[in-house]
Every structure is written in C-alpha cells, then in structure tokens.
Design a binder for this molecule. Sequence first.
Ligand code: G3H
Ligand code: ZN
Length: 289
Amino acid sequence: MALVTLKEILANTRKEQYAVGAFNFSCPEDAEGIVMAGVEKKAPVILQVSMNALKYNGLKALVGYIKGMAESVEIPVCLHLDHATDYDLIRECVREGFTSVMVDASKKPYEENIADSRAIVEYAHSYGVSVEAELGMLGGREENVVVADASAAMTNPEDVPRFVQETGIDALAVAIGTAHGFYKADPKLDFIRLEKILQLTDCPLVLHGGTGVPEEDFRRCVQMGMSKINYGTAIKSVFVGAVAAVTPDEIQKVPGKQDPRNLLKPAKIAVAKHVGEKIDIYGSTGKAW
Ligand code: G3H
Ligand code: ZN
C-alpha cells in the first residue's frame, strides 16, 4: 500500500495499548529486513533514516526504493526522517515524498524549540506530512546527534501541554531516562515522569534510545501509553554481525562468494528476525490494517 503518515500509523496506539516500532535503516537491505518483519508479523512499521544515512543513500533514490517496498506489501509503512536539525533538508524531504519528519530543536531553549517546531509543522502539514518534535534531551550518540551525559535533561512534564498546543505536532519525543547507543548499565526509566506526561497530553509519545532497554521496561511503557519506540543501534550491529568477513582468497575458491547479494541476504534475514521479536514485544503484531 502507499506510504502512510505518522499521524495515521499512531492513531490507535494509545487506546489499543500498543506501540509501533520505528526502526532506523542505513541501506535497502536492512530496510527490506524491517519490512519483511512487518509483513511476517502483520504489523505496521516506521522506517526511519538519519540525516547521515539519507545523504549516504541519496534522497531521491531512497524515497524511490522505500516507496516501492511499501507499495509491494500489504502492511502500513511510514517513511520518517529522524532527528533532523537541518531545516532545508527537512523541507526537501517533505517535498520529495517522506510521510513524516522529526524536527530536533531539543538543544535550543524552550521558546526557540516551540518556534522552530511550529514553523516545520506549518510547512509539513501543508503537504500532508506529519511532524515529531522533542522536549528534553537524551544523552549518547545517534548518528549526527551527540549529547554528553552531563547535558542530558529529562522532559519537564509542565512544559508539555503548551509545547504540544503551540507547535501542533503529531508526536512528541520525551526524555524519561533512556539514551542513544549502547548502555554501559541498564537504563533507569522514570515511569512516574512518563505517567505525568501522559496525564497532561493526548499527543502520541515517542521513546527514543530503544537499544538495550530491557523487555519488561518496553512492555511497561507500551501498557502505559507509549506510541512509538525508536530502535536503531542494535539493528546496525545485527546487520554487521551477519555479514561474515571473507578474504579475497576465499572469494575465488567458493562459488557464489563474489556475489554481494549472498553476503547481504543473511544480514537482511537477521534484521528481519531481530525486528520481528521487537514487534512482538511492542504489541503491534497483527495490527496492520
Ligand atoms: O532516533 C533513534 C533512536 O532513538 C534509536 O536509539 O540507537 O539507541 O536504539 P538507539
Ligand atoms: Zn533518537
């Protein structure tokens, strides 16, 4: 089916207590692995790409292959630009066929974050494209977003209602104790803060920094009302782990070894298996319409 927006894909999450997985991809193979998992689980999926990965693929090529993948399957797929700080690039993605974008002005003061996010919402909504923005700041590294642990800041629940109302966003990323990248120790999620935020807004909420979050914490977030779960670093490592190292000598000796597709297919399948497991945990198995 045609790509759907973030607003559409998250519409029933809160009342039906499931979250849609937003999986970061780097290239066509891992994107296809993610879609394979969605098809296998009859689950909606969000394919999200960082500004770096977007440049690696090329904007038009990426939109072309993702649209093609989405139209070849019968599950809802949303194409989302993740953590974007370059507003010209966001507008280009909106014009070129993305169905959702994240404006990340979370490092800016509250008023500027509101103004920047609102400007992107006005532009994106005029094209029917959804917008996610962020309040608070996660520590760690996610492609082009780097925040030292000391600068990380949890979302202040009191800041949420005005932010949501004045920006008109479709989803809000909150900082409740997760971080980007691998954890050194298990994260401590602030469920009391999450509860307060949920009481103060109907806006679908987004959990960033999914890699390494224990399963019971995911389940608790979903049951409380989390709508979108971002999951990236583990997919890269599953992909790389599945692509076996091979010497030039082996390439010549073993039939088929020179074919990149033989190298990439196991990686794609490994991603599909891993993502399928997360979809089960997020409760979106069988939720495709
Ligand atoms: O925006 C992307 C995510 O927050 C992914 O975080 O790489 O720690 O799983 P992660
Ligand atoms: Zn993130």
